[in-house]
Design a protein around this ligand. Structure first.
Ligand SMILES: [Zn+2]
Length: 262
């Protein structure tokens, strides 16, 4: 198993891991004819007021299209589908949480209307289409949000009856916590609250097979506290605008790439 970390700029220190089986370091496994596509699906800005969600998503995109060797390996082995703005009408209008018609789109994943929730309906259709394609394995779904009261970056995940599946799902945020100074596993929570039933990670966690991992990634509007300290480090817009993703660490020596840190 190879493991790498994307680091989202000097201050917006939300990092994402993508860990994947890598039987051969360099062939473009996803691009071989007839090969199974391993897909990471990312959505952002379903809540229009959560601007840090867009900064994080932009950092991911910038890194993935870069010439960094890890970005190349990721592109060779995984397919990234990214919907960077699920609620463009709400963003245009300056809404905080709702769409043009006043809906909180992240409560309508179960039955989105093509008329009332067109962006959500379109993305859901695409995901279901991929789910039904035997040559596509949708391995990760990550929905990026921003949080107005919590500090740090953290995640929401799902609870499953299958304890082994639940523990596997906890690995990703645990790895983030170990490798990203601003990510908090202690703030990460797993739930199946009725009020969250219509969210992306809840709905897709129930739809996709048990080898898929579905999360909400939250980043504080304000700041993060590094473990062992008490001072808050602000997530600044200036740093976000730099939009420079960098690799923080590359424990995956299996990738055969030297100089994992930048
Ligand atoms: Zn949100």
């Amino acid at each position: 198993m190879a493991l790498c970390v994307l680091h989202m700029g000097p201050s917006l220190r939300i990092s994402l891991f993508f860990f994947f089986l890598c039987p051969s370091p360099f062939p473009a496994a996803n691009l071989r004819p007839g090969a199974e596509q391993r897909v990471v699906f990312i959505t952002a800005r379903v809540h229009p007021g959560e601007t840090p969600s867009s900064f994080v998503c932009q950092g991911i995109i910038d890194f993935l299209v870069s010439q960094h060797p890890i970005a190349k390996v990721l592109r060779d082995h995984l397919v990234f589908k990214i919907a960077p703005m699920l609620n463009p009408d709400g963003v245009y209008l300056g809404n905080y949480r709702c769409s043009l018609m006043g809906f909180d789109l992240n409560r309508h994943w179960a039955n989105p209307s093509p008329w009332a929730h067109p962006t959500l309906h379109g993305v859901k259709q695409l995901i279901i289409q991929m789910y039904n394609d035997p040559k596509i394995n949708l391995e990760f779904y990550i929905d990026i949000h921003a949080h107005s009261t919590m500090m740090n970056g953290f995640m929401y995940g799902n609870i499953f009856e299958d304890e082994e599946r639940f523990q596997r799902q906890a690995v990703f945020p645990k790895l983030l916590c170990q490798n990203a100074e601003d990510f908090s596993y202690s703030s990460t929570s797993f739930n199946r609250d009725a009020v969250k039933a219509g969210t992306g990670r809840r709905f897709l966690g129930g739809l996709l097979n048990d080898t898929s991992y579905c999360y909400t990634l939250e980043v504080s509007f304000y700041s993060y506290i590094v473990g062992g300290t008490t001072s808050a480090v602000p997530y600044t817009e200036e740093a976000c605008i730099l939009l420079q993703s960098r690799v923080l660490r590359l424990p995956g020596r299996e990738l055969g790439i030297k100089g994992g840190e930048e």
